[in-house]
Every structure is written in structure tokens, then in C-alpha cells.
Design a binder for this molecule. Structure first.
Ligand SMILES: [Zn+2]
Length: 178
């Protein structure tokens, strides 16, 4: 069964977009939507977790030792400032702040969510593409009435440069937003 081109009204020059794209020569106008970029999904256990704990232990121990040294110096009649000047306190503070900031980095779970979000969008666009038709005479894509789902209206003839955007828009209209 061949669908009628909305531009020239012919049926002899229309074919499925996939067949046109996989034909010889291929109709690059109706290339499938590009897949989402491959994003590395981090494991659920952050790699720096152990390092964070180790650093917290070291810094905590260091601060405790400093406190004990100051108290001991006080008891021995030495000035606390003299003892503290021997400890790189600002460096310790910077370390603590840095490690706290690392702890607030986005969770890897967010990455996984984003990946599945993009995959869902791509799947819907592929569905739209699979239902597209192509007129090899007019070099336009079109979707017959009800092609995407029952009751969905027919599309006008879509010129090549508008096809990717049309696919994205129709995916949202026909299948809802991801
Ligand atoms: Zn045509």
C-alpha cells in the first residue's frame, strides 16, 4: 500500500522513510534521529567515598592532636599561639572545605536519570521516524493520517531542512513529553 504525497498527490513516488534512507542511493533527508550521546553512568557507590572518609579521619585526628597540643601547652604555661603557629591550621581548614564541597557534588544517580531521559526522547523520535513516508519526487517527508496513532491528523509535506525538528515536535505531540 502506498500513501499519497501531500505535495504532488502521486502514490508512485512515495515509500517508507526507512526504505528511502536505506535505499540506493540513500535519501539522507530522512536519516533517523541521532541517538543520544553516550554518557558514562557512574556506579551507585561513588569512587571517592572511601577517600573522603579517610581524609575526614586524618583531618579530624590532626585537629584533635592540635587541640591536645594547645591544651597541653596551656597547662605547661606556653602560649597557645606559639604552638598553633607550628601547625598549618589554614591548610587544614582549606582541606576540610574542599572535602565538604566534594561531598556535595551531584549524585551519580542524576546521571543515570538523565541518560534514561534522553533515551526515552530518542525512542519516541525513532517511533515517529519509523512511521514517516518520503516522496522521492518532491524530496519531502510526510505522515499520513493516523500513522502515529489513531486520530492523529495527517502532516503537510515537510521539506528536508525541517524534518529533524518536525520529528522532535511530533514525538512530543503524539507520545507526550518525556
Ligand atoms: Zn511528491
Amino acid at each position: 500500500m502506498f500513501e499519497e504525497c501531500p505535495q504532488c498527490g502521486e502514490t508512485g513516488s512515495t515509500l517508507r522513510a526507512r526504505r528511502a534512507y536505506e535505499g540506493d542511493p540513500p535519501a539522507f533527508e530522512v536519516a533517523p534521529p541521532p541517538p543520544p550521546p553516550v554518557t558514562r553512568v557512574a556506579t551507585s557507590e561513588p569512587r571517592w567515598n572511601l577517600r573522603t572518609r579517610t581524609a575526614a579521619l586524618i583531618v579530624g585526628g590532626y585537629l584533635a592532636a592540635g587541640l591536645v597540643a594547645v591544651l597541653a601547652a596551656d597547662a605547661a604555661g606556653l602560649s597557645a599561639a606559639a604552638v598553633l603557629s607550628g601547625l598549618p591550621v589554614p591548610g587544614v581548614v582549606v582541606l576540610v572545605v574542599l572535602w565538604l564541597a566534594r561531598g556535595r557534588a551531584p549524585l551519580p544517580a542524576a546521571d543515570a536519570e538523565q541518560v534514561s531521559f534522553h533515551n526515552a526522547i530518542w525512542t519516541r523520535r525513532m517511533q515517529v521516524w519509523e512511521h514517516a513516508w518520503f516522496c522521492s519526487a518532491c524530496r519531502v517527508a510526510f505522515w499520513p493520517a493516523g500513522a502515529l496513532k489513531a486520530g492523529f491528523p495527517a502532516s503537510p509535506a515537510v521539506p528536508a531542512h525541517e524534518i529533524p525538528l518536525t520529528i522532535a515536535t511530533m514525538a512530543e505531540r503524539a507520545y507526550g513529553q518525556a
